[in-house]
Design a protein around this ligand. Structure first.
Ligand SMILES: C[S@@+](CC[C@H](N)C(=O)[O-])C[C@H]1O[C@@H](n2cnc3c(N)ncnc32)[C@H](O)[C@@H]1O
Length: 279
């Protein structure tokens, strides 16, 4: 079967993909810079990191591209992009966005999650300079084995994987949740079987740290960057509230830029960015 033609029914059995599929038409409103000024701050930091690892002009496989917000930014920076997501609605939004911008020809779209990509990659006969995944698509999988399988097949020797995931330790989330007398949220990342809640649709997920990726990727990959995203900046859900206080987010952002790469701090935050080089 051509993965591009994968049906909505087939994807429906995967609760993570189905949850995001259901909100695909509203995702850009929920995550728009106008509603949440923290989102562009985080995306900018991710793009700067990505450019440290894969030079513009290279080919990227974007895993969990969502509505194509990053896809468009990456194409504008000169990357060639293969953009994949298991939610058909997300791919439809991404395709429409790139088409409207006159950039659809620079992108190959695939309906498929990391597991599908790992399983079907050999048949594509394609190698990429970088594999990129932003804002936690990989937290939707309960094992990182498909990530290793995909990277081994897709990346050229020396190629880079840059992933942004939700780790277990987020000191600000704990502090802010406890201040709101919400211990459930404060402790949610430490649950044995954590559950994601996307607008009321719940599905099992995992929080992953640098050590989890080191173990899963094995000796064929070397971690070359570890950086916190959301150490001094608050968790993304607090963006609208913090954004209402003049000057607060830029101040926290400046502090974050000084501290986010420090040993001991760089493994914690709302998200972390991990970069690996393929041997
Ligand atoms: C929080 S959104 C992030 C989307 C996009 N990267 C962004 O920065 O806006 C998570 C995305 O992961 C996708 N996803 C869910 N399960 C996945 C899987 N198994 N493999 C890859 N992506 C997955 C969802 O469909 C959704 O588009």
């Amino acid at each position: 079967m051509n993965r591009d033609d994968q049906s909505r029914d087939e994807v429906g059995v995967r609760p993570g993909a189905a949850a995001f599929d259901a909100i695909s038409g509203r995702y850009d409103t929920l995550f728009s810079p106008a509603v949440n000024p923290l989102i562009p701050m985080v995306r900018d930091r991710v793009y700067r990191a990505l450019e440290r690892h894969v030079a513009p002009g290279g080919t990227l496989l974007e895993v969990g591209c969502g509505t194509g917000e990053d896809t468009l930014a990456l194409v504008a920076r000169g990357y060639r992009v293969v953009a994949a997501d298991p939610a058909p609605g997300m791919i439809a939004e991404a395709r429409a966005k790139l088409t409207q911008a006159g950039k659809a020809a620079a992108v190959q779209f695939i309906v498929g999650g990391v597991e599908d990509l790992a399983r079907g990659w050999a048949a594509r006969g394609l190698s990429v300079d970088g594999v990129f995944s932003n804002l936690a698509p990989l937290n939707c999988v309960l094992s990182l084995d498909p990530v290793r399988l995909l990277l081994e097949q897709a990346l050229v020797p020396g190629g880079r994987f840059v992933g942004v995931v939700l780790p277990r330790w987020c000191p600000l989330e704990v502090a802010l949740s406890l201040a709101r007398r919400d211990p459930r949220t404060a402790l949610r990342r430490f649950r044995r079987h954590p559950v994601a809640d996307v607008e009321g649709r719940r599905f099992p997920m995992r929080y992953y740290g640098a050590a989890d990726f080191d173990r899963a990727l094995g000796g064929g990959f070397r971690r070359v960057e570890t950086r916190s995203l959301g150490l001094c900046l608050p968790p993304l859900s607090y963006g609208p509230a913090f954004g209402r206080v003049p000057g607060l987010l830029p101040t926290l952002g400046a502090l974050e830029d000084r501290l986010s790469g420090l040993p001991g701090l760089r493994r914690m935050g709302d998200h972390i960015l991990l970069a690996y080089a393929r041997a």
